[in-house]
Unconditional design. Structure first.
Length: 516
């Protein structure tokens, strides 16, 4: 018996499986290394030069149905394969035959712009500079707040956030809900669906208000005018939507047909965003570009390239000076709208970037990706600050909480109270009501600190999660009734959270015991 056991131990053939696993791992690692080095390859962006380079290396200059961006990707792939076969030393010599082109590629290049774009850049600078100055001045004041008081305010806010629970669910349309967005006054929810409809709903009752029809293909993005439902007239532009029919529609609140249609993209339109001034709209498209539009004239001001694959997401900074775009090439870029330059490259994800959100603090960015993570980027240090392992599948949407400048009526003390009434605290601790050696926390103080303190993420694993925005820890996990959560949003009064799902529903969440 012992002899048989010994023979079995020394001749069981397991080394074959181990060798096979090592070979498979080596193939995977080699492929990852090739892709990493392929990103650093300098290849022409001009389509004619791409064709000429393909001809030089003996490849077909074009394939059936191949677009210019696809052709450039194929050139990168072929060059990376050739260089991988030659060895690492050959990685930098792919353009020896066209050294002049390489020098040109390393330099910044500019494309002619219109006078309308020049004037828009000036207006954006005039709009953004005072806002940035005001924000920085406030941040300097906040930086002098004692740490103990910050901790007390933080505990009080997070106690509310941790009480979020499912309020109800509503069938939103005949096809998946691509995006949900609260109106600036937090009383209306806009949903865009793959059925091509934009619908408005009363919240939190979820009763329908109006269905806006104009798209003939799936809607990818919906965004509110910054002053919609506040000071903006209902007859003026209040909403924008973009769809797979290559069109962008501008909507009022009292009509079921669009006020204007913006056309020019050559591929499906995904996300759209309103500039904080309300005068411009950005759109991200599968034609590998994002574009800037003038709302008043319905003209295209800027066609911005810079991604090697489809552009999926676009968002503006609160000051209005910057825009960020994310693509299926796993790269994000931050653009200075006043100069047209790239302010920062967000390079670190290993999957497509589906969502981008600027923090209200003005210098941090959150990106949600197909690699199941949310990355936090700091524009001051020009690098990734933190990686959140957020979901088990694609992170489809990321949103920071943005509070109104004015204190919500629900938080205004009544009957001369000096503290905010909060029903989620049945037995407040002394540190939450009256910190040692400090005055009670006022509603105004809490509300001012609340904006940007937490963010929500949506994933294809069927969950919505809320994270703190200072230490990036999980605060609350909210299950939905859909297998894929496609969008999430937080109301500006802090009372509601909405999610849109692949199974045609949208869900409403609110803190437990909160009167609505």
């Amino acid at each position: 018996m012992s002899e048989l056991t010994f023979d079995t131990l020394i001749d069981d053939g397991n080394y074959l499986g181990s060798e096979r696993a090592r070979q498979e791992n080596k193939v995977l690692l080699d492929e990852l290394e090739r892709k990493k080095k392929a990103r650093s390859l300098a290849v022409p962006t001009d389509d004619n030069k791409v064709k000429a380079r393909l001809r030089e290396i003996g490849e077909p200059i074009t394939l059936f149905g191949e677009r210019a961006a696809d052709r450039r990707d194929r050139l990168i792939y072929v060059l990376s394969q050739i260089n991988a076969a030659r060895g690492d030393d050959a990685m930098q010599v792919e353009d020896e035959s066209s050294s002049e082109e390489s020098e040109e590629e390393q330099e910044e290049f500019y494309t002619p712009g219109t006078l309308e774009l020049l004037e828009s850049r000036r207006r954006i600078a005039e709009f953004s500079l005072p806002r940035a100055q005001k924000r920085i001045a406030q941040q300097r004041i906040d930086s002098k707040m004692p740490l103990g008081r910050i901790i007390d305010i933080r505990k009080k806010i997070f106690a509310d956030v941790k009480n979020f629970a499912n309020l109800g669910s509503q069938i939103g349309d005949d096809r998946p809900i691509a995006q949900v967005r609260f109106s600036p006054n937090s009383q209306i929810l806009a949903t865009g669906s793959w059925a091509g409809n934009v619908k408005l709903w009363n919240v939190p009752s979820c009763t329908p208000i109006r269905t806006m029809r104009g798209h003939t293909d799936r809607i990818g993005g919906v965004a509110w005018h910054p002053q919609a439902t506040l000071t903006q007239s209902e007859d003026a532009v209040n909403l924008v939507s973009g769809g797979g029919d290559l069109n962008i529609h501008l909507w009022s609140l009292n009509s079921e047909t669009p006020l204007a249609t913006l056309s020019g993209h050559q591929g499906r339109i995904c996300r759209v965003a309103f500039h904080p001034s309300g005068n411009y709209v950005a759109s991200a498209s599968f034609d590998t570009s994002w574009r800037l539009w003038d709302v008043n004239t319905s003209k295209e001001l800027l066609l911005q390239e810079g991604h090697s694959q489809e552009v999926y997401s676009v968002e503006f900074q609160d000051d209005g000076a910057l825009a960020a775009s994310g693509g299926l090439d796993a790269i994000g870029r931050v653009w200075d709208l006043r100069t047209g330059r790239t302010a920062m490259v967000l390079d670190g994800h290993v999957g497509a970037i589906f969502s981008i959100a600027f923090s209200p603090n003005g210098y941090q960015i959150a990106t949600g990706s197909a690699d199941d993570t949310v990355r936090i980027w700091d524009m001051r240090s020009l690098k990734a600050l933190y990686t959140i392992p957020a979901h088990l599948s694609n992170v489809s949407d990321v949103r920071f909480f943005r509070g109104d400048e004015a204190l919500p009526s629900s938080m205004i003390p009544r009957g001369g109270d000096t503290e905010m009434k909060d029903s989620s605290h049945d037995t407040p601790t002394p540190s939450e009501t009256k910190p040692a050696g400090a005055n009670p926390i006022t509603p105004e103080e809490e509300w001012k600190y609340r904006s940007g303190l937490y963010l929500a993420s949506a994933g294809y694993d069927g969950f919505v999660k809320i994270w703190s925005a200072d230490d990036w820890q999980l605060l609350r996990t909210l299950p939905t009734d859909g297998g894929k959560v496609m969008s999430v949003d937080l109301s500006s009064d802090g009372k509601l959270l909405a999610s849109g799902t692949y199974n045609r529903n949208f869900q409403m969440f609110a803190p437990e015991e909160l009167p609505i």
